[in-house]
Design a protein around this ligand. Structure first.
Ligand SMILES: [Zn+2]
Length: 306
């Protein structure tokens, strides 16, 4: 039987919010069994915002959660790292409206969580087992979940731009696979969209230090890419974070086609609504040992083909 986990000690970091541009301090603290993942806005009366589907607000470019008038933006990369390391209970304190972007990937949060270590708790950790397929589609984009004995994601993207074009990636969840293959993949933006985003009050903290920026025919970041298919890997990262809003680990295969935060969240809500499409089950304890066994790989910059 798997048991819930929290972190072993308080850890902290500071950084700029990708969209808000604000400099924000973040603390991660252990939480009690059964409490789940809860954001706390220390700058507005310690307002607590549980990271679950009931608190998701409509948004397009990042995932936003809110409660009692307080919101937190761009929660997905931190939540992906927390879910990937199979942490169930955590307090996330922030003194502003957004999770710091760090380098635009989940690796800095993985490092922080590995530094904190994990503590196994007495409460059982149940899984959501998908029993029948659910699908959402919209304007040529779709996302489907089907039964599977493990959590796996098959992601396909198709951009009308030569730098990305068609990419696909099949991810089978394990802490090791996430740390090695997914966590370092950074968020990305097209240079031509940046001024529009900024006119909408978005991407105010965006830079080549926290995003891959794509020009007319090449990546503008001097170091190039961390993987030749970094873009689709980042989409998997976003999906892992968004699906953690289910509040429990999932046994199911997600197939995403040109999807994004809106469809990820729509499917999470659809799963919640369709109680006959899944059941809660006990699962054997993870075969993985402590993820400290798996050091974070050094990034290999892969230059784009000329
Ligand atoms: Zn992202």
């Amino acid at each position: 039987m798997a048991r819930e986990k929290t972190i072993g000690k308080k850890v902290s970091c500071r950084g700029i919010g990708l969209h808000s541009g604000k400099n924000i301090h973040l603390n991660l603290l252990p939480a009690k069994p059964g409490d789940g993942i809860v954001f706390v806005r220390t700058d507005i009366g310690r307002t607590a915002i549980p990271a679950n589907e009931a608190h998701v607000l409509p948004s397009q470019f990042s995932t936003i959660i809110g409660a009692k008038g307080a919101t937190v933006q761009t929660v997905e990369h931190l939540l992906a790292a927390v879910a990937a390391l199979e942490i169930d209970n955590l307090i996330i304190e922030l003194d502003g409206p957004e999770v710091p972007a760090m380098d635009g990937s989940a690796s800095p949060f993985i490092s922080l969580l590995l530094d904190a270590g994990t503590t196994t708790q007495a409460k059982e950790r149940p899984f959501i087992e998908i029993l029948k397929p659910l699908r959402i589609s919209e304007k040529g984009k779709s996302i489907t979940i089907r039964p599977s004995s493990t959590f796996e994601v098959l992601y396909k993207i198709d951009f009308d731009h030569s730098v990305i074009a068609k990419q696909s990636y099949h991810y089978w969840h394990s802490p090791q696979a996430f740390i090695r293959d997914i966590a370092p993949a950074r968020t990305f933006a097209f240079l031509k969209d940046v001024s529009y985003l900024q006119s909408q009050g978005l991407a105010m903290g965006g830079s080549l230090d926290n995003a891959v920026v794509i020009g007319d025919s090449s990546v503008l970041n001097k170091q190039g890419l961390r993987y030749s298919d970094e873009f689709v890997r980042h989409k998997v990262l976003d999906l892992v974070g968004d699906f953690s809003l289910l509040g429990r680990p999932i046994l199911g295969r997600v197939e995403a086609n040109c999807s994004g935060h809106q469809l990820h969240v729509a499917l999470v809500k659809e799963i919640f609504k369709n109680k006959k499409a899944w059941r809660m089950v006990s699962a054997p304890a993870s075969q993985e040992t402590h993820p400290k066994k798996y050091p974070i790989p050094s990034y290999q910059s892969i230059p784009l083909p000329a």
